[in-house]
Design a binder for this molecule. Structure first.
Ligand code: SF4
Length: 411
């Protein structure tokens, strides 16, 4: 084994070794740890899935019924994290189609965020004045069934946008000095070869008015061996470069993912997470808290908890907004503030992000704003001249003369 392979080597957890022996006999450690081997051996067909999983009738029927649309794609590594026999296992539910995917519910759209009308050149979405979204590839290591860009990713044989398309997008950015922030996404930009990605980031960095570049990726969770030391060295050259990591469930926080995240964090790359809220997958307080705590100790700031966008056939993934608010309430005040993400809804049709926040304002009593804290206790806060809460009738007992065992406390 040559030196750089030794340095790049990831550990293989014992469960993964058993998985390899059962499903990919004869595969060497070197092959398993080669991200290109993983990409080549993704599970793409019914036969591939049946080799690894005991499929339910519903899953089998859904895969057979697929005609175009978002393909199936799961790296062997990620498949090894999923339940073999249990169709309800969380990660498996995010990647193996079920029949509910074929049901188009009211308010669901092919392009829910209205990105296509704002695509100024192929692959470049410019809707907000100072920010642009640069879709650099249609290829993902794995295909999430709730993907907002299901219309795009995996399409046309998983084509990468061509270099000439990249050039057109770069020319547009150069000609628009109002753009100071570029989110490089796709598809997954970390599935692009190092030299091509380096070229792209170098070109972006050369644009004087682009002061902030982010990469959106799920690769550290589904293909951690892609985070080679060469890749990290290259990314580090483009610092400050922020990474938005798509992370779904604590089961993704494996020793292999830990190593990938540590390499990125050690390189000084700021890491933030984006988690899509998914019914029956991560929509309970224990799972979400475990995930957020797990991210913090791995030096990833929990950033967004995203309401699942209304793409066609995603109704089975969506929770009521009340659920998301209750989850934020279960975190705020009950754990470290850094562990509490912003709960975000992206308005359909291109209205942009709206932050959804549990309401702790009870009402107003003259100059006193009455608030409910995380334990359900009421507090008064002097807010002379304010109007917040004026439209809410206070319960009669709260209008009584003030007395409190703690400053400001009521009730
Ligand atoms: S990794 Fe991201 S872009 Fe790719 S399928 Fe999943 S959600 Fe969509």
């Amino acid at each position: 084994m040559v030196e750089h392979e030794r340095r790049d080597r990831f550990m293989i957890a014992p469960e993964r070794r058993a998985f390899v022996a059962r499903n990919f006999p004869g595969t060497t450690v070197r092959e398993w740890n080669d991200w290109r081997w993983q990409a080549r051996h993704r599970l793409r067909s019914l036969a591939d899935l049946e080799r690894v999983f005991v499929l339910s009738d519903d899953e089998r029927g859904a895969v057979l019924a697929q005609r175009g649309g978002l393909p199936v794609g799961i790296t062997p590594y990620y498949a090894a994290l999923m339940g073999r026999d249990d169709a309800r296992e969380p990660l498996r539910r995010t990647h193996i189609p079920v029949s509910a995917e074929q049901v188009r519910g009211p308010g669901e759209y092919v392009d829910p965020l209205g990105e296509d009308p704002a695509m100024v050149v192929p692959g470049l979405v410019h809707r907000y004045p100072d920010r642009a979204l640069f879709l650099v590839t249609k290829f993902c290591a794995t295909y999430c069934r709730y993907c907002t860009r299901a219309r795009l990713v995996g399409a046309q044989g998983e084509a990468t946008f061509s270099t000439s398309q990249w050039q057109n997008a770069l020319a547009y950015l150069e000609a628009h000095p109002e753009v100071r922030d570029v989110l490089v996404s796709g598809g997954d930009p970390l599935t692009i070869a190092d030299d091509k990605l380096d070229w792209l980031l170098t070109r972006l960095r050369r644009i004087k008015h682009v002061e902030f570049v982010r990469l959106g990726t799920k690769v550290p969770m589904v293909l951690p061996m892609r985070i080679t030391r060469d890749l990290v060295r290259m990314l580090k050259r483009h610092n400050p470069l922020w990474l938005s990591l798509h992370i779904t469930h604590p089961h993704e926080l494996t020793p292999e993912a830990n190593e990938a995240l540590a390499r990125l964090a050690d390189a000084g790359l700021p890491l933030g997470s984006q988690t899509v809220l998914l019914a029956g997958i991560n929509d309970d307080p224990d799972t979400l808290r475990t995930l957020m705590h797990g991210l913090l100790v791995r030096r990833v700031k929990p950033y967004y908890l995203l309401q699942c966008d209304p793409i066609v056939g995603s109704g089975h993934f969506r929770t009521p907004i009340d659920t998301g608010l209750a989850l934020i309430d279960s975190l705020r005040g009950h754990t470290t503030g850094y562990a509490v993400p912003h709960y975000i809804l992206d308005c359909p049709g291109g209205g942009g992000k709206v932050s959804l926040v549990p309401d702790h304002v009870v009402g107003r009593d003259g100059d006193d704003l009455v608030l409910r804290n995380f334990e359900g206790d009421l507090y008064r806060y002097r807010d002379p001249g304010g109007s917040l809460g004026r439209d809410r009738a206070l319960p009669p007992n709260l209008a009584a003369p003030r007395s409190s065992s703690r400053p400001g406390k009521r009730g």
